[in-house]
Write a protein that binds this ligand. Structure first.
Ligand SMILES: Nc1ncnc2c1ncn2[C@@H]1O[C@H](COP(=O)(O)OP(=O)(O)O)[C@@H](O)[C@H]1O
Ligand SMILES: [Mg+2]
Length: 148
């Protein structure tokens, strides 16, 4: 199971593999480590600002080695909310990296190609389980399916 150290080491490895246009979808209950992972990943990508959860603002934008959009769909309740957010615009960003927390709320609007990162609680309180799954033709050759 993944200690914070192991999961942050994976975030570092991932930071070298990511490129503009990539979409990362994060799932998992509150407190399982989605924002913590994004904070580590952002740091490895060179974000200087403090990365916080965009739960109430919905979108944060950071400048790193590549522009980074960090969305949190926690407050999304219906399809309309996703349209209000212009969610589909984020799936067309070819010049940036897009990270979305609570991506299960996308339902039918889930894109065809993305890297899925699913977090869950482990037996030990100081560990988490992270399942990495590339989805779609453009992601499966680039990323390995793995569980940390
Ligand atoms: N890999 C990890 N191992 C142990 N604790 C973690 C890990 N990732 C996050 N935590 C702890 O869990 C708590 C919630 O993390 P957070 O990233 O805010 O979760 P989420 O964004 O999924 O709601 C924080 O106190 C954080 O320090
Ligand atoms: Mg969070």
């Amino acid at each position: 199971m993944g200690s914070l150290h192991a999961i942050e080491a994976y975030a570092r490895a991932l930071s070298f593999q990511l490129k503009k246009g990539d979409i990362l979808l994060f799932n998992g209950e509150m407190g399982t480590g989605k924002t913590t992972f994004i904070r580590a990943l952002s740091r490895y990508l060179g974000v200087q600002n403090e990365v916080t959860s965009p739960t109430f603002t919905t979108v944060h934008v950071y400048q790193a080695s590549l522009p980074l959009y960090h969305l949190d769909l926690y407050r999304v309740e219906r399809l309309e909310d996703l349209f209000t957010l212009d969610i589909e615009l984020y799936f067309q960003k070819t010049d940036a990296l897009v990270l979305i927390e609570w991506a299960e709320k996308l339902e039918d609007l889930t894109p065809k190609n993305y890297l899925s990162l699913s977090f869950s609680y482990a037996l030990k309180p100081d560990e988490r389980i992270l399942e990495v799954l590339p989805v779609g033709d453009t992601y499966t050759p680039r990323f390995q399916k793995q569980t940390l």
